[in-house]
Design a protein around this ligand. Structure first.
Ligand code: PA5
Length: 446
């Protein structure tokens, strides 16, 4: 992999908090968790299928590409139903790669919340359109996507025959278990399998992410090529100073131990909004347990410099910041000179918008550094599939190391169940009667 095409990490503005000697002091700890991860002896070792996914998914690619081409040829829209890890990776990739105004709505999303007006509006909209459906749920039982699928099937059955609907639904779920797999068996939907050893938030490079991304018209071969290059590099280099994924994990751990327990993912690229959302789930669900972990949040810059900027510069000093930048934009917008200079902007004449945005990033990172907001930068070479594949794998590998450094299991999410149990109880789901009694007492303040 040549230098210009590789993701890079710059930690120079962490100084005072993290210097190379802090990282080298962590090398034995890093060696131990890295070996446990690669030898599959770490906590959560049953969920390490993502480590080899850029290669192991290859046998699925012909079928993914065939169905994606069928969707592109025959449908106005693919409705992708899923939540959390069954939704965010595809949305992150599609939003990042798409032109923000042209054809950014080939994939529509449902089942990632229970918003009534959104649901009603989407159900109305699809009745005027030619649609396919990809329902994605590993468990097959998450309430939000299951409810969305029921409503969408009901609506679409008013315009498609049962056979036609069968042809238009593709399910991505467990090989054998769950309500969705049972529906696949009874209805004969085409389906893809989410392997047992791949958790939702690590599944973007499986059919979970690849089918919607390919259906939206993006190059999944290039995405996987980037992931494979990054996987090779992450796995083969053990030196914490030479392996950026290890360095990122070790730097975060050092900051955490110095009281910095909120990480802001800041991007100057509006197309990266859902990359931040995907990153928040990956890090939040992997690390936030046993009363430990760094709280992941995000900012869209420069927009949020006019809202959160004050707090970031001068508020509580428990924050650190990870900038995400893209080396090369796809387009160039040159700023014109204007006679009379009424808006006082002629000092920017002949410069590009990309250049101004870059200077805003440089100005911000030094302002934040001077305001005691330590920051680092992860940069990918360009806004394309190959760079994005690197980024996905980089963060997956880094969060595994980071969670293991914290001594938690990075691959489970037991805390996600709490709200579900309460919701089932107050919605009278059979089996939750005792829970309902306790909860009602709490609601009444008894
Ligand atoms: O990372 C995870 O495991 C979760 O975010 C799940 O992806 C999410 O809860 C959706 O679950 P499911 O795919 O079972 O519908």
């Amino acid at each position: 992999m040549s230098k210009q095409t590789k993701l890079s990490l710059d930690i120079s503005l962490l100084k005072e908090y993290v210097v190379d000697s802090d990282l080298t002091a962590m090398q034995p700890h890093i060696d131990s968790v890295r070996s446990a991860l690669l030898n599959r002896t770490c906590a959560g070792a049953d969920f390490l299928g993502w480590l080899d996914l850029p290669w192991s998914v290859e046998s699925e690619l012909p079928n993914i590409k065939k169905i994606a081409a069928e969707i592109r040829d025959n449908a106005d829209h693919l409705v992708s139903i899923g939540i959390g890890g069954s939704y965010l990776g595809a949305r992150a990739a599609i939003d990042f790669l798409a032109d923000p105004f042209l054809c950014n709505d080939r994939v529509l999303y449902l089942g990632h919340h229970i918003g009534s007006d959104y649901t009603a509006s989407l159900l109305d909209f699809v009745m005027q359109k030619n649609v396919y459906v990809n329902v994605i749920s590993k468990s097959g039982t998450a309430t939000e996507p299951a409810l969305a699928f029921r409503l969408l099937l009901q609506e679409l059955s008013r315009k498609y025959s049962r056979d036609e609907l069968r042809r238009r639904v593709i399910a991505t779920t467990d090989d054998d278990e769950g309500v969705l797999r049972n529906m696949v068996k009874t209805e004969g939907y085409r389906s893809f399998v989410i392997a047992d050893d791949i958790g939702g938030r690590f599944s973007v490079l499986s059919p979970v992410g690849l089918l919607p991304i390919a259906a939206a018209g993006y190059d999944i071969d290039a995405l996987l090529a980037g992931a494979r290059d990054m996987a090779h590099w992450c796995k083969s280099e053990s030196d914490v100073l030479a392996n950026d994924a290890l360095k990122y994990a070790a730097a975060r751990h050092t900051l955490y131990n110095k009281g910095k327990d909120v990480e802001i993912f800041s991007s100057f690229e509006p197309s990266a909004h859902y990359i931040a959302e995907w990153w928040k789930q990956l890090f939040g669900e992997s690390e936030g347990k046993e009363e430990k972990g760094i709280f992941p949040t995000s900012a869209s810059l420069t927009t949020d410099l006019h809202s959160l900027g004050q707090f970031m510069q001068e508020g509580t000093r428990t924050l650190f910041e990870t900038f995400f930048t893209v080396g090369k934009t796809k387009t160039e917008v040159v700023i014109p000179a204007v006679d009379g200079d009424a808006d006082d902007l002629n000092f920017l004449r002949d410069k590009t918008v990309e250049h101004v945005n870059r200077q805003a990033y440089i100005a911000t990172k030094f302002a934040h550094y001077e305001g005691d907001l330590p920051n680092m930068t992860i940069e990918i070479p360009s806004r394309d599939e190959y760079s994005l594949g690197q980024l996905f794998y980089f963060f997956e590998f880094a969060v595994a190391i980071s969670g293991l450094l914290l001594d938690v299991n990075p691959f489970n999410q037991p805390g996600v169940e709490a709200y579900k149990q309460n919701m089932f109880a107050i919605l009278d789901k059979p089996g939750y009667e005792d829970k309902k009694e306790t909860l009602l007492k709490l609601i009444k303040g008894e």
